[in-house]
Design a protein. Structure first.
Length: 184
């Protein structure tokens, strides 16, 4: 697996690389990514779960017991469940969000996809996401997975990040550019 040091350079990246390598070796990449999606949704939807994974006040032993009690409820695959226990035992649950993001990138690379972070002022519907994927695929020559986010401050338009490249077609940026041009 080629990482060029990018993902592996961080603590979360090393954990992500280990999880992805195990999932690949066990041919469970899809199951692990589905479990990570479940975990990300749990963090977003449950303040208690978010506090569990982010609070430095919760000890390793307590976090480990809580995680092991929650695993059956969350319906995680065995690899992800065990991995989550390891994070808890090592006091690294705070890295879970970064691990999820890094594993997604590794999985996309493994499938030959590029991941685009797309931020819009309003949620995109399925048709808009499909058209965006099609346009990005034509531009890049490879499949594109879209990670959609919403930021109402954009007012309209999109901001697309593809690795280090950014395409900013937001109304906020256009208005800022117009204001700067008028100042002269």
């Amino acid at each position: 697996m080629e990482n060029s040091g990018g993902i592996q350079a961080s603590l979360a990246g090393r954990y992500a690389t280990a999880l992805f390598g195990l999932a690949r070796d066990e041919q469970q990449i899809d199951a692990v990514t589905r479990s990570l999606d479940t975990l990300e949704a749990a963090i977003a939807e449950s303040t208690d779960f978010k506090a569990l994974v982010s609070s430095p006040l919760i000890g390793r032993a307590e976090a480990g017991r809580a995680i092991r009690a929650l695993v059956p409820t969350l319906g995680l695959d065995p690899i992800s469940a065990k991995f989550l226990g390891v994070l808890a035992d090592n006091g690294r649950l705070g890295e879970l969000g970064a691990v999820i993001k890094a594993v997604r990138k590794l999985a996309a690379d493994n499938r030959g996809e590029t991941t685009a972070e797309v931020t819009s002022a309003h949620p995109l519907n399925d048709d808009q996401v499909a058209r965006l994927k099609s346009n990005l695929k034509a531009r890049l020559g490879r499949d594109v997975a879209v990670e959609a986010k919403v930021d109402p401050e954009l007012l309209g338009g999109l901001v697309v990040r593809l690795g280090s490249q950014m395409i900013d077609a937001s109304i906020r940026t256009k208005l800022n550019n117009l204001a700067m041009a008028m100042k002269g």
